[in-house]
Design a protein around this ligand. Sequence first.
Ligand SMILES: CCCCCCCCCCCCCCCCCCCC(=O)SCCNC(=O)CCNC(=O)[C@H](O)C(C)(C)COP(=O)(O)OP(=O)(O)OC[C@H]1O[C@@H](n2cnc3c(N)ncnc32)[C@H](O)[C@@H]1OP(=O)(O)O
Ligand code: FAD
Length: 642
Amino acid sequence: MAAQIWGSEKRARRRREISAKIAQMPELHDSKPLPFMTREEKIMESARKLTILTEKMGQIIDPTDPAELYHLNNEVLGLEGNPMALHGVMFIPALSAQASDEQQAKWLPRALRREIIGTYAQTELGHGTNLQNLETTATYDLATQEFVLHTPQITALKWWPGNLGKSSNYAVVVAHMIIKAKNYGPHPFMVQLRDEKTHEPLPGITIGDIGPKMAYNIVDNGFLGFNKYRIPRTNLLMRHTKVEADGTYIKPPHAKINYSAMVHVRAYMLTGQAIMLASALNIATRYSSVRRQGQIDKSQPEVKVLEYQTQQHRLFPSIARAYAFQFAGAETVKLYEHVLKEMKSGNVSLMADLHALTSGLKSVVTYQTGEGIEQARMACGGHGYSMASYISEIYGVAIGGCTYEGENMVMLLQLARYLVKSAALVKSGQSSKLGPLVAYLGVKSEPTSLIDRIPNSGFTEYVKTFQHVSKRQTLKAADMFFGLMEKGEKREIAWNKCSVELNRASRLHTRLFIVEAFVRRVNEIADIRIKEALTDLLHLHVNYELLDIASYALEDGFLSASQLDYIRDQVYLYLGKIRPNAVSLLDSWEFSDIELRSVLGRRDGNVYENLFKWAKSSPLNKTDVLSSVTQYLKPMMEKARL
Ligand SMILES: CCCCCCCCCCCCCCCCCCCC(=O)SCCNC(=O)CCNC(=O)[C@H](O)C(C)(C)COP(=O)(O)OP(=O)(O)OC[C@H]1O[C@@H](n2cnc3c(N)ncnc32)[C@H](O)[C@@H]1OP(=O)(O)O
Ligand SMILES: Cc1cc2nc3c(=O)[nH]c(=O)nc-3n(C[C@H](O)[C@H](O)[C@H](O)COP(=O)(O)OP(=O)(O)OC[C@H]3O[C@@H](n4cnc5c(N)ncnc54)[C@H](O)[C@@H]3O)c2cc1C
């Protein structure tokens, strides 16, 4: 199963080898539990491990393999981030995709050797989503052949970029490029921020940390201001766009090609989200198979809480989602790598499809991951609320994904643009022009769903039902939009008035893609036992998801009430079938105890001993009487007794 999850036998084996090596290297372990450290201590601890990794990485992993790097990162540095998180996730990808060959030769080897630390500075205090209204300017000075970076007012301060505050000395900075008083829109520039020897900010640069966040606090998200700060013309990233010495602007082959670093993260973060969801579920499911509370049959002893149907209903559909996200994520990364290769050689024809797909997936996956993690936390009762479970930290980090790389509502609306265009093709009889991901919009569906009507139809009738509701909602939202415009409404106003319906269409389309990716994967599996276990999980997935969106299929009578009863019964049937495999389905992800960082979810299952040991090690327990008591509470009580 691990081979299915991680993509191949080899990958699963390599993960085990890497975990085993790390287990033997105490210098790479947390020196004490992270929840007992201050933010400063965590950052220090992370930097300590990071420098050891820089020395020893080659002995543990193949540093050119992103999957091995990511695993190493999760084991050693953990999901709370590290001082170079953005260096690998965005700075290097931005340089790789947007710097010219000559620029790459100058900067990439230095970045890869970690001679310099970089980040991606785009968002500002006043604007994140609406890139067209960023305020930082890069004005070309023809006389010196330099760009002058400037922050005209407080809202133009860069705000949020990870590791910008304290760790990075370089950044890819996005600023509006102005040449001879003409604004060419946001463009990426390579900018040195700090002196390479002293790490002091360079003159003209104001920089710092934005303060503690809901989670992800090892990362020093930062602010940055420029006071007429000059950089050479050749620091504009020039793979696709060029500015010649005389100020001539050469435009890129696609207007949004400079957004590729964002698409990169959107494509890769699906796997990251699946891992966080599976981690939280692993903790909760292990704990639920140890925790005994109450009886189902009063004549019998207390049961493991995992025997309760409500507990299974809380956890198992999310287990199915974690697998589904992992499989959909693997497909998306493949597509991304393909599009990136094409893009580098000038073919930009697939960019719109990739943008639409990743925008939808990013939004649905992060939202459902957050839901699933929070349910996992509540499924652990009181102990879920303790940092000993570590689930609240996992939640805090994962939920950030709903916001970063494009706020979810906004990204769903980006997919909706693509769906509306596709709907227009269908309506004008040009269905043959539809891309493969939306081809179903042009296919006529049966008048009613055939779920429960055709024996042995596998998952076909489910997929058709998802296609039907997605198509119907897309055409309905598009009709509403076109209708408003026909009535004379301005395009943007009409769009806003339909945006809730449009986003519903985007979610349904994305959920269809996820179901199909799961079906495709199960169909490919040769090993009969693995296929059986995943088929059970897929049954739960399609029935649970369909029940969740049933109102869309009921409103036009595509599904009947009796079919809905059947679907509901299937959910209950598969909850029971999955119960014996539940712990194994999560143990198959092979997270080590080091990586999970959860006292509650350790592999040994000694929950109570581990919790008591953990509580005793709390810094508050170093002394029996705290100074808060001697200084305040004791005098207060004494005074009251007088
Ligand atoms: C196998 C290996 C395993 C390894 C696993 C690795 C796991 C990695 C896990 C990663 C963990 C991550 C750790 C956390 C790190 C945090 C990082 C956070 C970084 C950031 O947040 S950076 C800042 C991000 N900011 C945003 O995302 C801003 C969002 N806004 C936008 O993107 C744009 O403003 C928006 C909304 C797209 C609008 O742009 P705009 O220019 O205004 O365009 P229009 O709306 O007018 O649309 C016009 C037209 O353009 C099309 N378009 C837009 N974008 C693109 C694109 N990227 N590509 C192609 N086409 C695009 C759009 O669809 C429109 O097309 P039409 O045809 O409809 O006109
Ligand atoms: C953990 C974390 C890490 C980050 N790292 C980085 C980084 O490394 N580099 C970087 O540059 N940035 C980074 N960011 C910033 C992040 O990319 C932005 O916060 C994000 O893009 C959302 O933009 P915003 O904050 O402007 O939200 P806003 O756009 O102000 O969103 C507020 C609300 O307005 C709604 N809204 C906005 N526009 C529209 C619209 N057109 N239609 C409908 N609704 C709309 C949103 O849906 C939301 O409900 C990070 C953020 C976080 C939380």
